[in-house]
Design a protein around this ligand. Structure first.
Ligand SMILES: [Zn+2]
Length: 467
């Protein structure tokens, strides 16, 4: 419709009928070579954290943005670990939207990979590389959306800020924490979109789109057993290894209290509504205190991804004890990976853990690392969340489920500052195992999943930011 034609129709009808999407059509097939070229370039930079070297990634993104006239700032606490911030100005009538992706990746065990982990090998429609799924997909998505907004002269009601941050994988002091404490005005926004969600596919079609509105908080602890050292030929009631083993077994088997929050309640309600009868019955039963215990047990055995969403989880992950076959060591230590519900009262929880272990020789030492702040879930009744629903319908004919991420992301710091932050992600087959996902050997993403991720971000940005 022409602008003149538009004038001739009722303004309201025009605004509603001819959406921003139609005014800014994108030829995604034509963009594919550029997307793959940019993505490949980012993947080939080894930004394993430690040490990170994220500045090398930031400089590539910086050059691409500057070449097309988009102003960029680099903020670095350590010179090799720069964060990139770029901003496209809107008319100021609405508060900014922040889109983000982290530039560091976790390390690799090279010998476990079937391809070069930094070779960006492309075969059978898949791109293999550390960072393909976590999180250079979001970095290239943010970059492409900024370039498209600029190229298409999109008129914006709100600033769109692109943040490519360092240090997400365990060193947030150089990344999101540094930005929040030293450069807050440069990234402050009403809404943010980051990693964390996914598009769940089953039987070759999109079943639902998962948008995470909250996440669990990593709160680890060490268990330390102490006892007299001695000769391995002499059994002792005070053997530190025996005490530690019993404590680890109790902690690992502890079925912590089941508790729903508004995000997980909405998730299971909506999942029930779109699931086959048998699954739907289970998802409804978990919402009913009178019937939840059996389903909870079922989840423990068959759906660990759902089990962990219902509780603060305790998982033993490391043991350290002994140095000789015939020596009883005086100390033995275990590590518990504890993922807390956002509203967990940790002192109370650790007191309960001590009660479960029930052994005065075991010391429970909560981890001191700063970790992620806890914050209430981001809302599902605002224009941003409604945009996700509109875009999911348009792209996939699928509903959106709000969720809670069991892992941790930089959204935690933003939510703690009052930003409504949402985790979105690429297409994942619900039947597929962990092979090739974030942090795994042979990490990969399909070209289709990458392109749909970018398209999803683009559409969501247009929905909430375009005038
Ligand atoms: Zn990540």
């Amino acid at each position: 419709m022409t602008a003149l034609g538009c004038l001739a129709v009722l303004a309201a009808l025009c605004g509603g009928g001819l959406g921003a999407q139609e005014r800014y059509p994108v030829d995604w097939a034509k963009l594919e070579p550029e997307i793959l070229e940019r993505f490949t370039t980012l993947l080939k930079i080894d930004s394993s954290n430690p040490p990170g070297n994220e500045t090398r990634v930031a400089e590539v993104v910086e050059a691409a943005l500057q070449r097309e006239g988009i102003p960029v700032q680099l903020f670095a606490l350590e010179s090799a670990r720069a964060n990139l911030v770029a901003r496209l100005k809107g008319n100021g009538s609405k508060r900014p939207l922040l889109i983000m992706g982290h530039t560091d990746v976790v390390g690799v065990q090279r010998e476990q990979w079937s391809v070069d982990p930094f070779g960006a090998v492309h075969k059978d429609g898949l791109i293999y590389s550390r960072g393909a799924n976590d999180d250079k997909d979001h970095v290239v998505a943010g970059l492409m959306v900024m370039l498209l907004l600029k190229r298409m002269h999109v008129k914006l009601d709100r600033d769109v800020i692109f943040l490519a941050e360092a240090g997400e994988e365990g060193t947030t002091q150089v990344g999101i924490d540094f930005l929040v404490s030293h450069h807050w005005p440069d990234i402050e926004a009403e809404y943010a979109m980051a990693e964390g969600g996914s598009v769940i596919e089953a039987d070759g079609r999109v079943h639902h789109v998962l948008i995470n509105v909250t996440e669990k908080a990593p709160r680890g602890a060490r268990l330390i057993a102490r006892g007299p050292s001695g000769h391995g030929s002499r059994p002792s009631t005070q053997n530190a290894i025996v005490h530690l083993s019993a404590a680890v077994a109790k902690a690992g088997a502890w079925q912590t209290p089941l508790r729903l929050n508004e995000a997980t309640r909405a998730y299971f309600e909506r999942l029930a509504a779109i699931s086959p009868p048998r699954e739907a019955a289970r998802y409804r039963a978990i919402l009913d205190p009178a019937r939840s215990a059996d389903v909870d047990r079922y989840f423990f055995e068959h759906e660990p991804g759902h089990y962990t969403l219902l509780r603060t989880s305790v998982v033993p992950t490391m043991l350290q004890a002994g140095f000789r076959v015939n020596v009883i060591p005086s100390e033995a230590e275990a590590y518990l990976d504890i993922r807390a519900l956002p509203d967990e009262d940790m002192p109370k929880f650790f007191a309960e853990l001590r009660r479960v272990i029930n052994d005065p020789t075991i010391e429970v030492v909560p981890s001191q690392s700063g970790g992620r702040p806890a914050a209430p879930p981001s809302r599902t009744d605002n224009v941003m969340f409604h945009a996700f629903e509109t875009v999911s319908r348009m792209m996939f004919h699928a509903p959106v489920l709000p969720g809670m991420l069991a892992g941790a992301t930089d959204c935690a710091q933003l939510r703690a500052k009052g930003v409504a932050c949402y985790g979105f992600g690429p297409i994942a087959d619900s039947g597929a195992g962990p092979l090739g996902g974030a942090h795994s050997d042979d990490e990969n993403i399909s070209v289709n999943a990458l392109e749909k991720l970018i398209e999803f971000l683009w559409n969501a940005v247009i929905e909430v930011a375009a005038s």
